[in-house]
Design a protein around this ligand. Structure first.
Ligand SMILES: [Zn+2]
Length: 243
């Protein structure tokens, strides 16, 4: 990637709905075609070295409607990002639940009537993150290994499953290596069980096929016929689960 520069760009025909000025970053490289990537309040154009500013402007104008729609989506996603503070909401098992910080002698995390209550001697965002992490790690170790082993057995690949581990990443829900190590992101425990089961299925099926080939997805489908719905759900909502 060479010659990244910022150019201001103004377009947009419906004042009021969106800001008219967007930040637009052009990244030039040896690529052959132009492409647009939308990030939060930012348009990134990937362009061939020889593309002129006029080419780029025309390309942007041609895709104006799409760009505005994507900017709107990104802005909505940004507002939905999990913020662990009193009065905010957490998307837990596909329901919006109120976050309540409560001072109390005993440290505990309770679910009560549409609320997730963080109780501790001194409670702030940092403490709430620690409490939620422990809560989800406990749920992960209760649920994931037993379901994973059961499915591996059902698919006759239990001899290939070496180990199950947990970690938290900002980009992946699960991972399966050729040596039979399955890793899960314990943040998945915020999702509904159908999604968690899909994740288990996804990784266990890799013990049979280490790719995303047709036969791999056929196997996933044989266990989880609705898997496409779950893939879509994750794409739509995963930004709400990371903290
Ligand atoms: Zn995969």
């Amino acid at each position: 990637m060479v010659n990244a520069k910022l150019i201001p760009l103004s377009f947009g025909s419906n004042p009021g709905s969106l800001p008219l000025q967007y930040q637009c970053e052009v990244q030039r490289s040896q690529r052959k075609t132009l492409a647009i990537h939308i990030k939060y309040e930012k348009i990134e154009v990937r362009a061939p070295v020889q593309a002129s500013p006029r080419d780029i402007k025309q390309f942007l104008e041609l895709h104006q409607e799409w760009i505005e729609r994507r900017l709107c989506e990104e802005s909505k996603r940004h507002q939905e990002i999990l913020c662990l503070q009193h009065g905010k909401k957490i998307f837990y098992r596909a329901q919006e639940v109120d976050i309540v910080f409560r001072q109390g002698r005993k440290e505990r995390l309770l679910r009560d009537n549409g609320q997730l209550i963080f109780q501790a001697h001194q409670i702030d965002e940092k403490k709430a993150k620690q409490m939620l992490a422990r809560f989800l790690q406990d749920k992960a170790s209760e649920y994931l290994p037993f379901r994973t082993r059961a499915l591996a057995k059902h698919l006759n690949v239990d001899h290939k499953l070496n180990d199950i581990r947990f970690r938290k990443t900002k980009s992946k829900w699960g991972h399966c290596t050729s040596t039979g190590l399955i890793q899960f992101n314990w943040l998945i425990m915020l999702a509904p069980f159908s999604i968690i089961d899909y994740m288990i299925t996804h990784e266990v099926c890799h013990l049979k096929h280490m790719d995303h080939s047709k036969r791999y997805w056929k196997l996933v489908e044989s266990v989880c016929p609705d898997y496409k719905r779950y893939v879509n759900w994750l794409q739509e909502h995963e930004h709400r689960l990371w903290f």
